[in-house]
Design a protein around this ligand. Structure first.
Ligand code: HEC
Ligand code: HEC
Length: 499
């Protein structure tokens, strides 16, 4: 073969080889202004203009580096010399995106992104001694590991990492099994309360305001709390519920499970963001892990002390959650979304007899549950007005999938907070058996309680989230499946626990 031909075929072969080795998926652009505007549902008060972080500012933020992470133990179960052995390790980048060749590689990289903690504190910031663990109520594995957190070895030394997706979207079952993507049960609010008490921190308005205030929200949110009320309110947040930014200290939200997320058309209880393609899941992650705090709502930017993007200098991009500003790369977010798509709910180990399940399925249809909780996703993927008198804006009729029936649960989250849209979505019932917080506010703790008519009575005190200052009116709304014979109700519950 002539030399030039040989060279040409070697070249061709290597091009083919590179093409095969570097499997490059078609990665959407996360912070694409047109897409951001499409996917974000407007606030309940339509007069509030929303201005997003400009693309060039977003992409100028430094990308997170995925350093290798290590398990966190509670103090009593930590192996002898464990922290010292970690301290001596070199920082190591856990994944090289240029080497990913298959879908499985991307999914595995996504797992590392899911576990990567953006917030890094001194490694001994929380010591997890018995007193902490008992008062706050952390769940651990049988080996005493807190799978929500991790140690991370960085060029600045060993750090305790938190606020990864895993921090909030991991659940530990009673048998110690770790369910990634289950309704997260990390006791964020109670941990915060414990720290305020232990270190006697003063409670100031600025402690909670940037997280939860919105210009159209309940004005009382801006007032400083009496310390004891604040602490008690945080302590009243049960497992599976938390004050995510944009909700409210008195109106935290139930954590969703992430199984089957690809089939869910609206993210969040209030349907705040659309899920029309994989890019929307990437945008959701970017928005909720920092960009919401820099979004301008009217003349208000949640991050302290700034009222317009034009005032932000590079130095001011300190992260409002207390760590340096950073962003996930588009590749990291794509891998993360692939990983989330791959998560599957474990089956309920307690199986009811087939005839009971069949009967329950019939009752589920007869009672009209299927209209809203339509199989196979067990949601019709629609938004329902939070109150019966909400006037649906004309533009929404074109841009949103609305089912114009309110189930009339407590409207506060959707009308008085930054996550409010005026709607609640129909939640999927998949993996219901392992949830412990029901309804958007997590006021109920079991399926039995959802279907118990006693909860509608004004003096009923629910078993789940109860805000300290709540004047009792029971747990209103969603009056379905309540008037069944005991056998039929048992069959319905058995069916619901099999989904
Ligand atoms: C501090 C806790 C916390 C962290 C960190 C966190 N989440 Fe969430 N996440 C929540 C809570 C609480 C909700 C419910 C919000 C609501 O309904 O308004 C939620 C909602 C979601 C939803 C919407 C699901 C649905 O069915 O509505 C998705 C998707 C999601 N999170 C993915 C992620 C990913 C990916 C990460 C990491 C990049 C992440 N979350 C980090 C607490 C957290
Ligand atoms: C008109 C629509 C509609 C019908 C009919 C309906 N639901 Fe719901 N369901 C909802 C909405 C909306 C929510 C969320 C309410 C909230 O978050 O405040 C919900 C919540 C739930 C929840 C709590 C899940 C969670 O994660 O919070 C369960 C369980 C449930 N429904 C079961 C049923 C059953 C069983 C039936 C039939 C007996 C039924 N639903 C009928 C709309 C409906």
């Amino acid at each position: 073969m002539p030399v030039h031909k040989l060279a040409a075929s070697v070249l061709l072969l290597s091009v083919l080889f590179i093409a095969a080795a570097n499997y490059l998926p078609d990665i959407p652009k996360t912070w694409d202004m047109k897409e951001i505007k499409r996917f974000h549902v407007p606030p309940y008060d339509r007069k509030v203009a929303v201005t997003y972080v400009p693309e060039e500012i977003y992409y100028a933020l430094p990308e997170y580096k995925l350093y290798k992470t290590y398990p966190v133990y509670i103090y009593d179960k930590m192996p002898e010399g464990y922290l010292d052995s970690l301290k001596s390790l070199p920082p190591e980048i856990a994944v090289d995106f240029s080497k990913l060749t298959t879908d499985e590689d991307w999914i595995e990289a996504g797992r590392l992104v899911f576990e990567m903690p953006p917030n890094r504190s001194p490694y001994n910031a929380l010591t997890f001694e018995s007193a902490w663990v008992d008062s706050v109520g952390y769940e651990t594995t049988k080996d005493g590991i807190l799978p929500y957190l991790s140690y991370i070895q960085t060029p600045e030394g060993l750090k305790l990492g938190s606020t990864s997706c895993a921090n909030c979207h991991t659940k530990i079952l009673d048998n110690g099994q770790v369910v990634v993507g289950g309704q997260g049960d990390y006791p964020f609010d109670r941990e915060f309360a414990f720290i305020i008490k232990k270190f006697d921190f003063p409670v100031t308005a600025s402690m909670s305001t940037p997280l939860v205030y919105a210009p159209w929200s309940d004005p009382s949110v801006k007032e400083a709390w009496a310390k004891e009320d604040f602490v008690q309110t945080l302590m009243s947040t049960p497992p599976g519920v938390m004050t995510r930014q944009g909700t409210g200290t008195e109106s935290p939200v139930a954590v969703p499970s992430l199984f089957g997320i690809r089939d869910i058309k609206y993210f969040d209880r209030t349907g705040l963001m659309k899920n029309e393609n994989i890019g929307d899941l990437m945008r959701y992650a970017a928005f909720n892990q920092g960009m919401d705090m820099f979004t301008q709502y009217g003349a208000y930017i949640p991050m302290n002390g700034i009222s317009s993007h034009s005032q932000i200098t590079t130095e001011q991009w300190d992260h409002p959650f207390g760590y340096d500003a950073g962003r996930y790369s588009d590749e990291q977010l794509y891998a993360l979304a692939m990983y989330l798509y791959s998560l599957e709910a474990p089956e309920n180990p307690e199986k009811s007899p087939a005839e009971v399940l069949a009967r329950g399925e019939v009752i589920f249809a007869e009672q009209g549950c299927v209209t809203c909780h339509t199989p196979p996703a067990f949601t019709n993927n629609m938004l329902l007005p939070a109150t019966a008198d909400f006037e649906i804006p004309d533009e929404d009729k074109e841009t949103l999938d609305i089912f114009n029936v309110s189930v009339e649960t407590d409207p506060y989250l959707s009308t008085k907070t930054r996550r409010g849209t005026g709607y609640y979505k129909v939640p999927s019932l998949r993996g219901l058996w392992m949830r412990e917080a029901f309804f958007h506010d997590g006021s109920l703790t079991s399926i039995e309680e959802v279907l118990d008519p006693a909860r509608l009575e004004p003096d009923y005190i629910p078993t789940g989230h109860v805000p300290v200052n709540k004047v009792f009116q029971g747990v209103p709304g969603h009056p379905f499946g309540m008037e069944l014979s005991p056998d039929d109700k048992d069959a319905l519950i058995a069916y619901l626990k099999s989904l």
